[in-house]
Write a protein that binds this ligand. Structure first.
Ligand SMILES: [Zn+2]
Length: 438
């Protein structure tokens, strides 16, 4: 299959044709193509990579499956997602991670890289089969108990030491469990006023401080999931200044939304870590702009209606985020002048790929590189609607909110998964994926 993308604006602002042949970018002057995509007025980004997605399969297929989550990712401009380990059974053995890998390959909308659990069953008591998962066909390099914090410092140390032997990374969900018993929202003036249990900033910051010191002590790489407070930014800034190998992510929702939304008691705004104060949002934006926070990751967390349409204190934590991530990043970071489109390519594609040791994203849109590309119309502006959601769940905090930008086309490994803002059907994509595997 050959595709010419005509007249797209590249992340650096220049305009150029892109020619794709047999899954890679080739010289655009080298000839005609079977299909031409008119990209006049569109910006081409390298295919987006999400380091933090919950696909829910196996075990919670009523919320999401690898197929439906892959479709949500593709329509959001993603070409690769890292699937968190808190499935049922947990992704803590070679067998389960290989199952998730195979489902992703078969459906073909995006590359699915399973994340392995740090501890068996996410129970926080003993290490999982880290080596077996690393050596499996899934070649797991990112390990996380996300949803749970690896709170035992000795287990965290052992995990950091272990993954270092094959260049892996531990992605920590930083939440001191004792300091957050009964937590329902950010701890502060609003939680006192509403009478809801508070999730204090220090419960995140104290774990990050401990973990960067552990990473330094054993010479390991640490990744911090969903940083949410100004104090956490200060700790990470300090650690990076000392040369500690720490990377960090912020979610789109923590870059845009604040705890004031909790006053609505609408459980779509219930998430872990919770929405914080204005000052925290400002600090996270500055940290993403100056590189203290390395990437944006969605923490896409689908839940069925019954888990969200109930009293606040009974509702599940989490929001879907794959379909809305790029528009939210544009609203929070690009339209505010804090990031360029080249920066967006860095925080949503090349750097998450580098952290997760995902091949094929180190030469974005470059000749000979695998053709993962997302075409967007940054001038679009519309109300985000149910019809924008393509996963199985609808727990989005953005429904009814105006967001900029629109994802027009997504190309994964040289074949389209989204054209003119519409998903290609599952049979076509699966056939393209099979052909691309050769
Ligand atoms: Zn988490």
């Amino acid at each position: 299959m050959s595709i010419r993308i005509q007249g797209a604006r590249l992340p650096d602002g220049t305009r150029s044709d892109l020619l794709i042949e047999d899954g890679v970018f080739v010289d655009a002057l080298s000839g005609p193509a079977e299909r031409t995509i008119d990209a006049d007025g569109l910006t081409a980004l390298p295919g987006l990579v999400d380091l933090h997605t919950h696909l829910r399969e196996p075990g919670s297929e009523q919320s999401e499956t690898v197929l439906t989550g892959s479709r949500a990712a593709a329509i959001g401009g993603f070409t690769a997602v890292f699937a968190m380990a808190n499935t049922m059974p947990v992704q803590d053995t070679a067998g389960v991670v290989e199952q998730v890998l195979s489902l992703g390959e078969r459906h073909g909308y995006v590359t699915v890289r399973p994340i392995g659990a740090v501890t068996a069953g996410l129970a926080g008591e003993r290490l999982s089969e880290i080596g077996a998962m690393a050596q499996s066909r899934a070649r797991v390099r990112v390990f996380s108990d996300d949803g749970q914090c690896v709170s035992d410092p000795l287990l965290m140390r052992r995990a950091l030491e272990y993954v270092t032997t094959f260049g892996g990374v531990v992605a920590q969900h930083s939440q001191d469990p004792r300091l957050t018993v009964g937590a329902q929202m950010n701890e502060g003036a609003v939680s006192s006023e509403l009478g809801l249990g508070g999730w204090p900033s220090v419960a995140e910051e104290s774990i990050i401080a401990r973990d960067v010191l552990l990473a330094q002590h054993v010479g390991a790489r640490l990744h911090v999931c969903h940083v949410s407070t100004a104090g956490s930014v200060e700790v990470i800034r300090w650690a990076k200044a000392r040369g500690i190998a720490v990377t960090a992510e912020a979610t789109p929702h923590h870059l845009l939304l604040t705890e004031e939304l909790v006053r609505s008691y609408d459980a779509r705004y219930k998430v872990n870590p919770p929405l914080r104060r204005d000052e925290d949002v400002i600090a996270l934006r500055e940290a993403l702009a100056d590189g203290t926070i390395d990437i944006v990751a969605t923490d896409h967390a689908p839940h069925p209606h019954e888990a969200k349409e109930c009293a606040w204190d009974e509702a599940a934590n989490g929001m879907v985020g794959l379909e809305s991530a790029l528009p939210v990043v544009q609203a929070a970071m690009v339209d505010t002048g804090l990031l360029s489109w080249a920066d967006v390519a860095r925080v949503l594609s090349t750097t998450p790929a580098r952290i997760g040791l995902l091949d094929g994203y180190d030469r974005p849109l470059g000749l000979g590189a695998p053709a993962h590309v997302t075409l967007i119309d940054p001038s679009a502006n519309r109300e985000f609607a149910l019809s924008d959601l393509r996963g199985k769940s609808t727990n989005s905090p953005y429904l009814g909110r105006r967001l900029p930008g629109r994802i027009v086309t997504t190309i994964h490994h040289g074949y389209p998964t989204v054209l003119d803002g519409e998903l290609l059907d599952a049979t076509t994509v699966a056939a393209s994926a099979e052909a691309a595997r050769g």
